[in-house]
Design a protein around this ligand. Structure first.
Ligand code: ADP
Length: 486
């Protein structure tokens, strides 16, 4: 990996705790980060524990007071420098990301720029944390609403977007005047550490942003939830872990931001532009090898267009080049782990046992390792595991439907409510369906909905709060009102 980089110092073999690097050797407890494409060891990191978590939180609280006292403009200047540094080092950051996570290099670079966009956006927002004045309820009263940073924020992030999921939390927190202690996924901590290196270079005050490298997520999660200095926990990951954190945070009524699992429906109506729908499905299903929480999980295709859509999609899917993310032309890398591979195989086997047909892919790729062929299944039905659980892999099950009412009911028949997609041309149908879908986000005639300018987030068991847009900063602010007698 180091040979690929212009700036090898972006690979930090240490945690960052309370403004100091903590090397693996200093702790005696270590773990290895490996490349899922090759199994090669990329780095050996300290396996930090409760003591270091507490030290990081203490320092964060110290640093936060001074940071919050700065003007929004001064905080914005630091975030702007961080944005510029991320963009300037995008190639190196992308290589680090591909090495630890497996996604194709071009996609990794896209993620780096996407993450950077949040840093830019929220840096700009730092200057616009407006309050309100409210006409008093009595002639001698004046009411003023101010917004203040929540304080020290704990962030727990997943492996599927090792840079962007952290940037989406770090940027609004810092813009609002908060400090951040982050625990990245143990599979992919190097991207988070690289961000910490750049934050330091951007002039972020020491201690304001710690990165705790650890394989003991359970202990770190507890240490976050039990520490009264933590005022908000922001988490992106599985619904199960989100529920655990919610229970653990209950004792101190911890403010929570949760971006949890999804089970996105992708609906194609008879009047859709077929080619556009196929391209949208490719992006919404196979991006990141199906490993995103907004990936299309259930493709509902109306009867009149079903066969044509299935054929065309399968044709496109057979062309997807599977390989090492560093190889030119690779569109899909390996899955993240053997467990992920097993889940994909289990969902396909269950679907086939219940009558689904494999139209494309369906097997481990001939390269072996963690590679799996991009797959299309026809004849999917509601009782299959693939209809109820998030597959998190490159499998598109196609369900046939007849009417608008039927598909809306099917699409909403899940405890999740993150992303949804629909393809149609009839404008009144588009509005009716988009309004009836119980989801936080609806992609209409597009398979790509993520942007820093829009509020990303879910309803039902997909989460709490929104990331990005003018709404995103509110999650890191408390409202206080001043009632003044005159
Ligand atoms: P995934 O299945 O995508 O790995 P997880 O929800 O297990 O999703 O992981 C997302 C993040 O949550 C990772 O950083 C992981 O280490 C962390 N995590 C897992 N279990 C816990 C837990 N009990 N408490 C706190 N964090 C956890």
């Amino acid at each position: 990996l180091l040979a690929r980089l212009k700036d090898a110092s972006l690979v930090a073999e240490c945690g960052f705790v309370a403004g100091r690097p903590v090397a693996a050797a200093a702790t005696g407890r270590t773990f290895e980060v490996t490349n899922p494409a090759t199994g090669d060891v990329l780095a050996t990191l300290p396996d930090l524990n409760r003591e270091e978590v507490t030290a990081a939180i203490d320092a964060a609280q110290e640093a936060q007071r001074g940071w919050a006292a700065l003007t929004g403009k001064d905080r914005a200047a630091v975030l702007r420098r961080l944005f510029d540094l991320v963009v300037a080092n995008a190639d190196d950051l992308a290589a680090i990301l591909t090495a630890e996570m497996g996604k194709p290099l071009a996609e990794a670079r896209g993620e780096i720029l996407y993450g950077a966009a949040y840093v830019e956006w929220f840096g700009e927002e730092a200057k616009r944390i407006y309050g309100d004045t409210i006409p008093g309820h009595q002639p001698d009263k004046r009411i003023i609403v101010v917004k203040q940073p929540v304080g020290v924020v704990a962030a727990i992030t997943p492996w599927n977007f090792p840079n962007a999921m952290l940037a989406r939390k770090l940027a609004p927190a810092l813009a609002a005047g908060c400090a951040v202690v982050a625990k990245p996924a143990a599979e992919t901590p190097l991207s988070a550490l690289a961000l910490a290196v750049l934050a330091d270079r951007a002039g972020l005050p020491a201690g304001l942003f710690s990165v705790l490298t650890s394989t003991d997520a359970v202990s770190v999660g507890r240490a976050f939830c039990e520490n009264p200095k933590i005022r908000k926990l922001t988490f992106t990951g599985s619904t199960n872990v989100g529920k655990i954190l919610m229970r653990q945070g209950a004792d101190q009524v911890l403010k929570l931001g949760l971006e949890l699992g999804g089970n996105a429906p992708f609906i194609v109506f008879d009047d859709a532009d077929l080619d556009a729908a196929v391209e949208g499905a490719i992006v919404a299903k196979y991006r990141n090898n199906g490993q995103t929480c907004i990936c299309a999980n259930r493709l509902y295709v109306q009867a009149g267009i079903y066969d044509a859509f299935a054929e065309k999609l399968a044709g496109r899917v057979r062309q997807i080049k599977v390989g090492d993310g560093f190889e030119a032309g690779t569109l899909t890398g390996p899955l993240i782990s053997g467990k992920a591979l097993a889940k994909v195989e289990e969902h396909i086997a269950d679907a086939v046992a219940q009558g689904a047909q494999v139209l494309a892919g369906g097997r481990r790729d001939r390269r072996g390792g963690l590679y799996f062929e991009p797959t299309v299944l026809t004849g999917a039905s509601a009782t299959m595991k693939i209809a109820r659980e998030e597959t998190f892999g490159p499998v598109a099950p196609l369900f046939r439907f007849e009417t608008v009412e039927e598909v809306v009911a099917l699409a909403n028949n899940t405890e999740f409510g993150l992303a949804s997609y629909l393809y149609a041309r009839d404008v009144s149908k588009i509005f009716r369906v988009a309004e009836a879908l119980e989801y936080g986000m609806v992609g209409i005639n597009t398979g790509l909905i993520s942007t820093e300018v829009a509020p990303f987030g879910g309803i039902k068991q997909s989460g709490l709060g929104r990331e990005g847009s003018k709404y995103g900063i509110e999650d890191y602010l408390e409202i206080k009102y001043l009632c003044l007698g005159v």
